[in-house]
Design a protein around this ligand. Sequence first.
Ligand code: BJW
Length: 245
Amino acid sequence: MHQTNASPQNIVILTGAGISKESGLDTFRDADGIWSKVRLEDVATPEGFQRNPALVQDFYNDRRAQLDHADITPNPAHQALAHLEREWPGEVLIVTQNIDDLHERAGNRNLLHMHGELLKARCDSCSNLFQWAVELTVETPCPSCSQPGGMRPHVVWFGEMPLEMDRIYRMLEECSLFMSIGTSGNVYPAAGFVSHVRQMTTAHTVELNLEPSTGSTLFAQTIYGQASEVVPAYVEKILSEGLPG
Ligand code: BJW
């Protein structure tokens, strides 16, 4: 492990659907991605949910059930990030856009789900939040206030505010390394994090993705390949050599 006498260096890691692709979960914007099968306006907006709640509940019920399949497991990229969190002397924070639980299953504990979690549901009537592993329907009563019709997946749709933004921006402003893994850089505010880090800090910025993202030129370093290969290699490099620069 690389040792230093200076104060611990913090790492913020933004992850997107690409990190879970090799675990068997679809991305959104690749040719065979989720948005090639369903319209995002129908399933990922509050207006779509108002128009047809049953369609939206079914979409998330299917994805929740898929997470339970025995063959959906963390891949070497998730495992490498858990190893990094355990071994790195400073803070390692994962900010994931993903609603799956593969980072938790790999062992990461310092983790924010900025677009919500598939295994949680909340009640629009009383605002309570629940762990949720089973089907949700338009008739499901809230376990707390008993109202039917108010339960929805705990996910962030277009036009809704992503979660934990204050803590995320604070950590971005205090990091020495910002890594972006498996995200196409199309969705804000996540797509703007690299610019924020560059404006506010001297941190090193690196993109690890299958191909250049929309904002690839904003990164100081870019590494392209399958997440299961490039992420473990990068983690081993910084654990043995320290941060670049
Ligand atoms: C691999 C790989 C392998 C493949 N290895 N890599 C105009 C300008 C700027 C902003 C806006 C605008 N108009 C509207 C906005 C805001 C809007 C937005 O960004 N829209 C854009 C489309 C322009 N954003 C919002 O509305 C957000 N909220 C917000 O801004 O609040 C502020 C506000 C609110 C109200 C009033 C005023 C202000 C909310 C965004 C919510 C996004 N929700 C979703 C669905 C969540 C639940 C679910 O999962 O169903 O989140 S959409 C979807 O996209 C999902 C993802 O988290 C998100 C990002 O996708 P991601 O992860 O990048 O996936 P892909 O598929 O795009 O990319 C995968 C990448 O992996 C690819 O590059 C592959 O190459 C790569 N890859 N295999 C490595 N093996």
